[in-house]
Design a protein around this ligand. Structure first.
Ligand code: GTP
Ligand code: MG
Length: 217
């Protein structure tokens, strides 16, 4: 079976590297997708839910849990002699956590923004939006940065188990309408609940399609 035909998500993933500043980024190689969003929106939880491994990315009730760019890849590739994983998922520090010391917030913000602007292998950014809060000012700033840098992104609503089920389609439509004129936005918005498992297959398929992998399950 060719490497890219291994199932993408029905298969263990591993953590390979935490990147505290851009000098520590792995050499540009396999396609990357990144999970960005405000602190506590559920980025790390969603990665765990997608791969079906609860403890893979560290999660917490307290905002500011993820402090580096954390790289996750499918297991089973040596990394040597061209035996590279087909893609990587990058879990990012959250933005907009005002309670942390300013120095720390500035460091995370710079790391996130510099990475998003300048990574050639970054194929798409999944910008997570809490279903209960919608798009906030600092989300808008990130979307504008991605538009300016021409980095493709898709919005993903999180924690839909926290709102009433009939509200989800309406919120999806409203959110899609808000980003309609944004040049780098993928027009369709996704909705997910890491807790209940809703929307995960759609996101798995979207990611696999983005990086050109046919066998996503
Ligand atoms: N009800 C519910 N809670 C969720 C869901 N996803 C995440 N959470 C909770 O939200 C909190 C934050 O989750 P994380 O995954 O750590 O959020 P994060 O975006 O990675 O946060 P930072 O790394 O601090 O930026 C945790 O208490 C999770 O249990 C969900 O789908 N439903
Ligand atoms: Mg996190």
């Amino acid at each position: 079976m060719p490497e890219t035909e291994k199932p993408l998500f029905g298969h263990p993933w591993i953590f390979i590297r935490g990147v505290p500043s851009l000098t520590f980024l792995p050499p540009e190689g396999p396609s990357e997708v990144a999970f960005a969003g405000r602190s506590n929106v559920g980025k790390s939880s969603l990665i765990n839910a997608l791969v079906g491994q609860k403890g893979l990315a560290r999660t917490s009730n307290t905002p500011g849990r993820t402090q580096e760019l954390n790289y996750f890849v499918p297991d089973g590739y040596s990394g040597e002699g061209g035996d590279l994983p087909p893609m990587a998922i990058v879990d990012m520090p959250g933005y907009g956590y005002a309670q942390a010391p300013k120095e720390q917030v500035d460091k995370w913000t710079k790391l996130v923004f510099d990475y998003l602007r300048g990574r050639a292998t970054l194929k798409r950014v999944y910008v997570l939006i809490d279903s209960r809060h919608g798009i906030k000012k600092n989300d808008e700033d990130v979307l504008t940065l991605l538009d300016k840098a021409a980095v493709s992104y898709q919005l993903v609503l999180t924690k839909t188990d926290k709102i009433k089920a009939p509200a989800v389609p309406k919120l999806l439509a409203e959110t899609a309408d808000k980003i309609r004129k944004r040049p780098a936005a993928y027009p369709a918005v996704l909705s997910t609940s890491s807790e209940k498992g809703d929307g995960l297959d759609d996101l798995r398929q979207a990611i696999a399609q983005t990086v050109g992998i046919a066998n996503w399950e």
